[in-house]
Design a protein around this ligand. Structure first.
Ligand code: ARG
Length: 577
């Protein structure tokens, strides 16, 4: 049920009947305060201005024409022309009754599913995933889950950094390792592997010469080099796959669409941009000059798409990649989860993409950027020695802390149950801490905050869910035995019901903006409303069986909504904690 859409529609109809244009925007929003009703239409003032009418007068006409029979109990005009709508408790009761009976809590799949490509995670080969990739992975996956739940056709694109001149030295080093270790090697420590390869390259001239030779050979498709390259990609992605599993992230090996995928397209792109007059030769390189961006001297910025030595750049790949996502994957929309430092890079690539006509304006290319992960001292998140924090170690620590915490709280639980719970809480805490913050800002990584059982945290939300379930356990009633309808008499019941019915609106915001923190805030608010309801509206000792059943239904819908909501975030729930 999308109440906002329903009310928007009704208010629009009234506005049109009052003489407003057919495309008028009533701007119906969830009200900020209870005294403004459940929803408020804010658009009347602007529309009245366009019509040359007094806002208050238009508002009065709209209210007279507005037909909200069986939907609203009361409609009021406030201030210069806000329209406040108070929903009818009977309407709320009927909607809750319908939603609770349905597995998707009344949320239909979109009528026109889009093909949406989501570019996220994107680690680099032979390198440990760093914190930037962690944010991309976690936030991107929550958005993917939300879009899928709404029925879109989502393509997960893991734009792995699997190409570049560094592969010469990596292949040379892998070869050296294999020779020394009789064949096999695990690349167990990716960071050390990369570091050692670089060291050899810098210090050993013969090694460096071999490495440079391998770059050329790899680019020309030499079988031995291809094989070694594939091995590096394979070992890296096998390790990353374990991390995805541990993080409860939906990416699979099939989602890898690395930079190398676009190699065959690059010569054609450069030739085409030249033919279109967009790219020119400049000091031996091929460059696109963009008026939209100025360099230090105020001149159009030159974006290199092919180097003097013939090599292509990260930008060239991203131009080809956007084209591929539109032409070959038939994307209606493309989202990129990449940290904010790459914003300029993307904007330049996409400016070229648009100018060349590779992706029409009707297909949005969206940079869903995010800030950095900071330590408690406000500086970039690093180990004490100043190194990058390994994701696997971070997750080990999360598990360790969660184990201690849950064991202390649940002395009666057996080992297997505790381990399961520690996993849900530990991994959930790391993910939720990231998801619950607006992604555009930097965020401070703080163990104590994320593992607290109070506040907008994973443990609190997971615990809130188990509390609702325990209401049922105590009532000893099966879901199927709840046969009487929902009745809403108390304000707290109405407030909880209205919020429950806003789940779909929340999903739509996350789907539109790619901002899972909006879902976290919603679920947190919902859990708070449930607490208030539970405290003031007795369930087990309700005055009648009808009221008890009705309240159990409200509790049931709360449980289902919390679970589905946490699912869209990739946060696991448990039955007991
Ligand atoms: N591998 C890149 C990095 O680690 C991120 C790639 C993001 N996706 C893209 N289409 N450029 O910075």
């Amino acid at each position: 049920m999308n109440i906002q859409a329903l009310l928007s529609d009704k208010v629009s109809q009234a506005l049109i009947a009052a003489g407003a244009s057919a495309d008028c925007e009533p701007q119906v929003r969830q009200s900020a305060k209870p005294q403004f009703g459940d929803y408020q239409a804010n658009g009347v003032m602007a529309i009245a201005k366009k019509m040359g009418m007094a806002p208050r007068q238009l508002a009065e006409q709209v209210v007279a024409l507005l037909d909200l029979t069986d939907i609203a109990a009361r409609v009021e005009i406030a201030g210069p022309g806000f329209i406040n709508i108070f929903l009818d408790p009977v309407f709320l009761a009927n909607q809750v009754n319908a939603a609770v009976a349905c597995e998707r809590v009344g949320i239909a799949k979109v009528s026109r599913p889009q093909t949406i490509v989501v570019d996220y995670s994107a680690p680099n080969v032979a390198k440990e995933m760093h914190v930037g990739h962690v944010r991309s992975t976690i936030i991107g996956d929550a958005t993917v889950r939300t879009l899928s739940f709404l029925g879109h056709n989502v393509i997960r694109a893991n734009h792995v950094g699997d190409w570049g001149t560094q592969f010469g030295m990596l292949i040379a080093y892998l070869e050296k390792q294999q020779n020394e270790n009789a064949g096999e090697m695990a690349l167990a420590d990716l960071e050390a592997f990369y570091r050692e390869a670089k060291k050899n390259y810098d210090e050993d001239e013969a090694f460096a010469a071999r490495a440079r030779g391998y770059v050329v050979k790899l680019q020309s498709g030499d079988e031995y080099c291809r094989q070694m390259w594939r091995k590096l990609v394979d070992i890296t992605m096998t390790q990353n796959q374990l991390t995805y599993q541990r993080l409860n992230v939906t990416l699979t090996r099939d989602d890898v669409m690395g930079e190398s995928l676009y190699n065959p397209m690059l010569p054609g792109i450069v030739a085409d941009l030249k033919a279109k007059g967009l790219a020119v030769e400049s000091e031996g390189a091929t460059v696109v000059f963009l008026d939209e961006y100025k360099n230090k001297d105020g001149e159009p910025m030159g974006v290199i798409i092919q180097k003097k030595d013939g090599g292509y750049l990260y930008t060239t790949t991203d131009i080809a990649c956007a084209k591929y996502r539109y032409e070959t994957l038939h994307a209606d929309r493309v989202l990129y989860y990449i940290d904010s430092r790459q914003h300029q890079h993307l904007m330049q690539a996409w400016t070229i993409v648009r100018k060349a006509g590779y992706v029409p304006q009707s297909v949005p290319l969206e940079h869903h950027m995010f800030g950095m992960m900071l330590g408690k001292d406000g500086k970039p998140f690093k180990t004490r020695a100043g190194g990058t924090i390994k994701l696997s170690e971070l997750l080990d620590e999360a598990m360790e802390r969660a184990r201690r915490l849950v064991a202390q709280k649940n002395p009666e639980m057996n080992a297997a149950e505790l381990e399961n719970l520690a996993h849900a809480v530990g991994i959930g805490a790391v993910k939720y801490a990231d998801l619950s913050k607006s992604r555009t800002t930097d965020y401070v990584f703080d163990w104590d905050n994320m593992l607290a059982f109070e506040g907008n945290t994973a443990p609190y939300m997971q615990y809130a869910y188990t509390r609702v379930l325990s209401v049922f356990r105590k009532a000893g009633i099966e879901e199927s035995a709840l046969t009487s309808p929902v009745i809403i008499n108390e304000d707290r019941e109405a407030a909880l019901a209205a919020r429950l019915l806003q789940f779909e609106e929340t999903l739509n915001v996350v789907a539109r903006d790619g901002t899972p923190h909006v879902m976290c805030a919603y679920l947190y608010d919902l859990a708070g409303l449930f607490s208030g309801f539970y405290e003031h509206c007795p369930i087990l000792s309700a005055e009648s069986d009808a009221v008890r059943q009705s309240r159990l239904k409200l509790a049931l819908l709360t449980a289902k909504t919390l679970k589905l909501g946490l699912d869209t975030l990739g946060i696991e729930t448990v039955e007991r904690m």
